[in-house]
Design a protein around this ligand. Structure first.
Ligand code: COA
Length: 445
């Protein structure tokens, strides 16, 4: 069976930065620690006036194609995952292909293009579609370009405003990948939920607290489903656990529940029993409520153990290193977590070839998906080619007033005329509207 997975990855961040502790918190009359410690976020990436989901996606894809010396004829599929689309018919992938055709010789006329929607999980679903297409033998030796691109903006004053972000992740899915091979085993946790939705509106209607609960419930279901095909998970099985990261504090909540689950009936639970007791089992309680209370107390004790802290520092924390500085990129978020974890591992001399990642994706509405990935020998070179630090450090910081202006620029209901804060260089930019209401783009040298 051919090995199929992610061959290369590239990231394009929105070029503006809102510092949450220094700039946002004081305006909201809040303690900066709510952001840095509670949500685990330092700043949000936001798009400049000439940026949108097309420019960010096309810029990430161009960088990836140039770096891998690819030409349009090498690509048999372009799938875009987004929940920030601006057209109910024409897919963003056609706009991105049009951009790329401005700078590459040849065209994508024989590439299948589409757009995937299921909140934040659709980035992973698009990777899945590409995987299935290759495994079905329909790719004629070509690769798929998967692009997760979003401007994750909330209405001003919404609690979600603190978790905003904008950026794109481009991934090349191929046979014999250089970065990670995907497992055929997957687990799903999916239910009709009303936690976050955009019924024909630009900014989401969000029940934030409920969305946190739904994330945890669906992720747990997906984990159990994954174990039913891949076998029980042990904490030592996986070197990194990139999870969907709307904000790092969400992953912190999920991580301790996941750890509790995977140490159950293992020597780790036995070793901890003297200090914190064993995990409460339902048969020992008269009511479900008493059982849940006991579990919650056990989880609090577990959180403070050396074993859990070591596991969290090794497996989870590295995956949050980029996310903390960019906010939520919706469809790209779990892919940013993977990139962050691998980047940290490379910089800290961890050898991951042949080791496994446990990847947990989630989309509101709601669906969680869990699969495993095996790191390939080419991973260090692939990750070394990312220029994430350069991009993050090059962002233009915004004052609160400037943030309000840029939020208006990207608000479809406003007609804001604001000068760009940065000067584009060797990148695609939004270039106004065409006669049928289409968006126009051009490459700036
Ligand atoms: N120091 C340290 N921590 C602090 C703090 C301080 N001064 N002030 C608050 N915190 C903590 C809170 O205790 C809380 O952590 P906890 O949940 O572990 O208790 C965290 O910071 C956030 O504070 P909270 O008051 O709950 O924030 P909020 O009411 O503004 O909303 C969300 C948080 C997540 C509900 C909101 O950002 C949201 O709606 N986000 C969009 C939806 C989303 O991302 N959902 C996730 C699933 S996809």
């Amino acid at each position: 069976m051919a090995s199929v997975g992610i061959d290369a990855i590239d990231i394009w961040t929105g070029k503006l930065e809102l510092d949450l502790a220094e700039t946002f918190a004081p305006e909201k009359g809040e303690d900066p620690a709510k952001y840095t410690k509670g949500l685990g976020l330092y700043s949000s990436s936001l798009p400049d006036v000439y940026e949108d989901i097309v420019t960010m996606g096309a810029n990430a894809a161009r960088r990836l194609m140039e770096r891998k010396d690819l030409h349009p004829q090498d690509i048999g599929r372009i799938d875009v995952a987004t929940e920030s689309s601006f057209d109910n018919s024409k897919p963003v992938s056609t706009y991105i292909a049009g951009c790329l055709e401005q700078v590459f010789d040849g065209d994508f006329h024989h590439a299948n293009k589409g757009e995937r929607k299921f909140a934040c999980v659709s980035g992973t679903q698009s990777v899945d579609d590409a995987y299935n297409w290759i495994r079905a033998g329909r790719n004629r030796g070509r690769s798929a370009l998967v692009i997760a691109t979003d401007t994750a903006l909330y209405a001003r004053g919404d609690a979600g405003e603190a978790t905003q972000g904008a950026g794109a992740v481009a991934m090349l899915v191929s046979e014999d990948p250089d970065l990670v091979e995907l497992s055929p085993e997957q687990g799903y946790g999916s239910a009709d939920e009303t936690d976050f939705l955009k019924p024909n509106q630009q900014f989401p209607s969000v029940d934030g607290k409920r969305s946190v609960q739904v994330y945890l419930a669906r992720m747990r279901e997906a984990m159990e489903d994954f174990e039913s095909v891949a076998g029980d998970i042990h904490p030592d099985d996986y070197e990194l656990g990139p999870f969907h990261t709307p904000f790092p504090g969400m992953v912190r909540k999920a991580a301790v529940l996941a750890y509790r689950h995977i140490i159950r009936d293992t020597e780790v639970e036995d070793a901890l029993a003297d200090d914190i007791g064993r995990q409460p089992r339902p048969e020992a309680f008269d009511t479900e409520e008493e059982h849940l209370d006991a579990i919650s107390e056990y989880t609090d004790r577990l959180k403070d153990t050396e074993q859990y802290r070591d596991w969290y520092e090794r497996v989870i924390k590295p995956t949050l290193t980029i996310s903390r500085h960019v906010g939520n990129w919706y469809t790209g978020s779990v892919h940013v977590a993977r990139a962050g974890g691998l980047k940290w591992a490379r910089e800290n001399g961890r050898e991951l070839t042949g080791k496994r990642l446990l990847v947990g994706s989630y989309g509101s509405g709601a669906q969680a998906e869990i699969h495993a990935e095996t790191v390939q020998p080419g991973w260090t070179e692939e990750i070394a080619d990312l220029n994430v630090d350069e991009q993050l450090n090059g962002r233009r910081g915004l004052s609160f007033e400037e943030y309000e202006q840029i939020h208006d620029v990207h608000n479809h209901a406003e007609d804001a005329d604001v000068e760009a804060f940065t000067t584009p260089e060797r990148e695609f930019v939004f270039d106004g509207w065409g006669r049928m209401g289409e968006r126009k783009y051009r490459f700036v040298e």
